[in-house]
Design a protein around this ligand. Structure first.
Ligand code: FAD
Length: 252
């Protein structure tokens, strides 16, 4: 049995560039001549498109990632419906005994309310407990899986005992617009630690492939973060009561 403490993300291929964004935008005015235009100074155009939410020019391209990650991260990832997926099959293939063990630097203790949870590191004792109980559970479920295969039970039934921490692999393909939507939601402090690690790796590849688009995306994102930070500092109930004194009876 192998314990893994991180996800792997590999950019398999991409067909997307800042120039493609400009060509797509220029088709409106220049039709077939769009491709002949000089793309030396497209940074401003891309910033304008992104800031003003003219998003369709960001849809002409694609990125394909290979992701090796625990099943619980895969489940969150696949909520992003605008991606195309293909995943390793537990019906056709005997799964590998590879399981995720959260590293000790992963914040372990949760406090606060839904939507504003904060996480702090565990103590040495809590980390020891995490390693011990997780390892025991993985070992037991893996043995039961193997026992069922040995007596002839089909892979698709035997796998039922395997936990959410089992590693899975998939291809995920999306256009730049939907990659950015993924990054906004998943490389964010409220996102699950493990999917954020995946998003950070995807973001690095995206930034390399489309630096001007990435700059526009990142500038907008830092504005949203500043607004979000301001909202955290404001007492929302007090603010809404100021605006409408009947606020409490409406939300009660
Ligand atoms: C911090 C966090 C907590 C979450 N908690 C939960 C939870 O508790 N339970 C849960 O079920 N999910 C949860 N989610 C998942 C979330 O609700 C989204 O399903 C997921 O993030 C995918 O986002 P998306 O729909 O924008 O992406 P995509 O599916 O890739 O869609 C991209 C965009 O395309 C458009 N689009 C796609 N499909 C449709 C459609 N059918 N109709 C209209 N427009 C569409 C939308 O504009 C959408 O933003 C959580 C996500 C985050 C980031």
């Amino acid at each position: 049995m192998k314990l893994v403490n991180h996800s792997t993300v590999e950019l398999i291929k991409h067909n997307a560039s800042d120039e493609d964004v400009a060509y797509a935008a220029w088709v409106s005015n220049f039709a077939a001549d769009a491709q002949k235009r000089d793309t030396t100074n497209i940074a401003k155009l891309i910033m304008f498109l992104y800031t003003n939410k003219h998003m369709s020019p960001f849809e002409h391209g694609s990125f394909t990632f290979f992701v090796d990650t625990p099943i619980f991260v895969g489940r969150e990832f696949m909520r992003h419906r605008t991606f195309s997926y293909n995943e390793t099959s537990g019906r056709y293939k005997i799964l590998e005994p590879r399981f995720y063990m959260a590293p000790d630097e992963r914040p372990l203790i949760q406090s606060g309310r839904i939507g504003t949870y904060t996480f702090v590191p565990g103590t040495d004792g809590q980390n020891r407990a995490k390693r011990y109980f997780t390892g025991r559970a993985y070992g037991l479920s893996w043995r039961m899986y193997r026992c069922m295969l040995r007596v002839g039970i089909a892979k698709e039934v035997a796998r039922n005992v395997l936990p959410l921490g089992t590693m899975t692999q998939f291809y995920a393909t999306a256009n730049p617009r939907n990659i950015m939507q993924f990054l906004i939601l998943r490389n964010e402090k409220q996102a699950l630690y493990e999917i954020r690690q995946v998003a950070i790796k995807m973001e690095a590849e995206f930034a390399k492939a489309m630096p001007l688009t990435y700059a526009a995306f990142n500038e907008q994102r830092s504005t949203w973060h500043k607004i979000a930070r301001l909202m955290e500092l404001v007492d929302i109930d007090e603010l809404l009561e100021d605006i409408d004194p009947d606020y409490e009876s409406v939300v009660a």
